[in-house]
Every structure is written in structure tokens, then in C-alpha cells.
Ligand binder design. Structure first.
Ligand SMILES: Nc1ncnc2c1ncn2[C@@H]1O[C@H](COP(=O)(O)OP(=O)(O)OP(=O)(O)O)[C@@H](O)[C@H]1O
Length: 326
């Protein structure tokens, strides 16, 4: 099963530019979480802090009781092996075919024989639907295939935490739907903790168990998907509706005067989308997601702390058996 990642009071600046501060959240073990936020709010910086590529200025990142922010290089090297990362463009080596790209971490970090490597590479390429494409070069395949190859490479060391940076960037809506399904299927098969960074509203609405959002250099909220999807917080509503109306402006945030002028002019969101759509389920034939059962128990424990709309939505999503069992 995946491991929990607890982030406490994290802050990061570059020189005098503060990216975000006081970010506190827990990625529950084995669950799928999404981190949303307008462009430039520091989502990728957050991912890089999680894997120790950037050092936060404040706070802690706890994994298996080790604080990544303060541990030795040696310990960090060990903890990094728990992670699989899919970077935006797949980050493949252009001169290597897909097989060698996917095999690369195994050849670098393990002493496995070429026979063992062949079996792992073909298993992972099969999982992402790329069997048969082993001899292709990254330049010869589509962006969607490159992402899937990057995902296969992220999986070869059997990660317990998978970080995915904008799986939808550069993909059409149909390919985005396929990669969304793939991420959920992988969660069912591996039970790994997954964090997806995106600004794709459909991915946020249908894939994760938990959602958070960065805005104005802070984490606006993080919690069960129902909390953010039913939120009345203006920035969250605006973002989920992809609307110009609200506090998010062209260059991150609007001033009060502009917002007041919009309201005075009677601006409203066109066709506002509300409610909590059903979450994607694993492809038939795959195992159940273990995370669903753990999450249900976890959410029921914190139900009384959640806003009424989220509570209502969670209770409505439970079937009669669940209600009976409570
Ligand atoms: N190594 C770095 N040195 C200095 N500034 C950086 C560095 N990396 C990122 N930044 C700055 O941090 C801010 C946040 O960048 P980041 O790429 O994390 O945003 P993002 O939310 O992922 O954006 P997008 O959705 O557009 O990908 C930007 O202003 C960027 O210029």
C-alpha cells in the first residue's frame, strides 16, 4: 500500500518572491489527490519540494516519520526511491527508444539482470497500453503516448507515491479522459498514493478522492473531493467554472475595484456548473480500489467537521448498505 505524506506549514520563496506559505495537508495513504491552482501559483514547485528537488524555507514533509526537509542527503536518496514522477512532457531521453527509456531507472538503480528488466518493462508498458511500441523513439510518437511512456518509466521501481505533473497538458479531451482512467486504474492495481497537479477541471471533478487548491500564495483548502466541489469560496467556484468572473484575474489575482465593478455591472457566471459528479471507477476486470474503503471510513470519522453541503453530498453517495452499516 502507498504511504501517507504529511505536509506541515510548508513555505517556499525564490529570493524575495514568495511562492506560497503555510501549506498544510495530508495525502492519505493509497488515495488519489489533485492539487489545483491557476497558472503560476506554484503547483510544480510544490511537487519539486515533495521529492526534494527544491528545498522549502519553512515547514516539514513527513514520510514514514522522516522529515524530508531536514534529513541527510543519504536518507533523502533512500526516500526518493518511494516516488515515481511523471513530468509534464514525460521527460524521456530523445535518443533512446521507449524500451530503453522505461528500463533506464532499473539499469541505473538496481542490479537486475536484463531478463528481469525485460519482464518488468513489458509488464509496465502493458499497464499503460504501450505493448508493441518498445522500439519507437519519443520523437516518433504522440504527446499522449509520450506521457504514457513516462508513466511506465515512473512505475518500474514500484513506487508507493506517484506524482503526476499536468497529465492533461497538450492532450485533447478524449486523450485526457483516457489518461484519467489510466491513473485511476493504476491506483486500483498498485494501491499507491497519487498526487496529480493540474488545472483541468474535468480531471479534478472526476478522478480524485481529495482535492486542494493553491491561490494567493496559500492553500485555499484541501480535503475530500466533496468539500471543494461544493465550496462557495469565490476563487474555488470561479476556477471550477472556468469563469472570468471572480477574484482570479489574468495575472493571478484581481484587485477589489475590478471585482466591485464587475458585480456592479451585473456580471454573473454563465451556466454555472454545480454539484459533485460521480467519481471514475476502475475499468471492469481490474481489482476494486482499496482506497475507496479506507477513504469511506476516514471521511465518516471527520464528517461532523465538514461543511453541510459536503456532508450532504457524502451521505447521498453512500448506498443503503453503507448507511445500514454505520
Ligand atoms: N527554480 C526557480 N527559480 C526561480 N523561480 C522559480 C523557479 N521555479 C519556479 N519559479 C517561479 O515560481 C512560480 C511558480 O511556478 P510553477 O511552475 O510552480 O507554477 P505552476 O502553478 O505549476 O504553473 P503552471 O500551471 O502554469 O504550470 C513562477 O513564478 C515561477 O517563475
Amino acid at each position: 500500500m502507498g504511504v501517507e505524506v504529511a505536509v506541515e506549514g510548508l513555505g517556499k520563496s525564490f529570493g524575495r518572491q514568495r511562492i506560497w506559505q503555510d501549506v498544510t495537508l495530508t495525502l492519505p495513504a493509497g488515495e488519489v489527490s489533485v492539487l489545483l491552482g491557476p497558472s503560476g501559483t506554484g503547483k510544480s514547485v510544490f511537487l519539486k519540494c515533495l521529492i526534494g528537488l527544491l528545498k522549502p524555507d519553512a515547514g516539514r514533509i513527513l514520510i514514514n516519520d522522516t522529515d524530508l526537509v531536514r534529513c541527510s542527503e543519504h536518507t533523502l536518496y533512500g526516500i526518493r526511491k518511494l516516488f515515481g514522477v511523471l513530468f509534464q512532457d514525460g521527460a524521456l531521453f530523445g535518443s533512446m527508444n521507449l524500451y530503453d527509456n522505461v528500463a533506464f531507472p532499473l539499469r541505473e538503480h538496481t542490479r537486475k539482470s536484463e531478463t528481469e528488466i525485460r519482464s518488468i518493462v513489458s509488464e509496465k508498458m502493458g499497464m499503460v497500453g504501450l505493448s508493441g511500441a518498445e522500439r519507437k523513439l519519443p520523437g516518433e510518437i504522440s504527446g499522449g503516448m509520450r506521457k504514457r511512456a513516462g508513466l511506465a518509466r515512473a512505475l518500474v521501481l514500484d513506487p508507493q507515491i506517484i506524482l503526476v505533473d499536468e497529465p492533461d497538458s497538450g492532450l485533447d479531451p478524449v486523450r485526457t479522459a483516457y489518461i484519467s482512467q489510466l491513473l485511476l486504474d493504476l491506483n486500483a492495481q498498485l494501491d499507491a498514493t497519487i498526487l496529480i497537479v493540474t488545472h483541468n477541471i474535468n480531471v479534478a471533478r472526476t478522478v480524485p478522492d481529495n482535492i486542494g487548491m493553491l491561490f494567493r500564495r496559500e492553500l485555499v483548502m484541501f480535503g475530500p473531493r466533496e468539500v471543494l466541489l461544493t465550496s462557495e469560496e469565490p476563487a474555488v467556484k470561479q476556477f471550477l467554472n472556468g469563469s472570468r468572473i471572480g477574484p482570479i484575474g489574468m495575472s493571478e489575482e484581481k484587485d477589489e475595484a475590478t471585482m466591485a465593478a464587475e458585480l456592479a455591472a451585473g456580471a454573473t457566471m454563465v451556466d454555472e456548473i454545480r454539484g459533485v459528479p460521480p467519481q471514475l471507477e476502475p475499468t471492469p476486470g481490474l481489482p476494486d480500489r482499496q482506497a475507496v474503503h479506507r477513504r469511506r471510513a476516514r471521511v465518516m470519522r471527520i464528517l461532523h467537521t465538514l461543511p453541510p453541503a459536503a456532508r450532504h453530498s457524502i451521505l447521498a453517495s453512500l448506498d443503503s448498505t453503507d448507511r445500514f452499516a454505520r
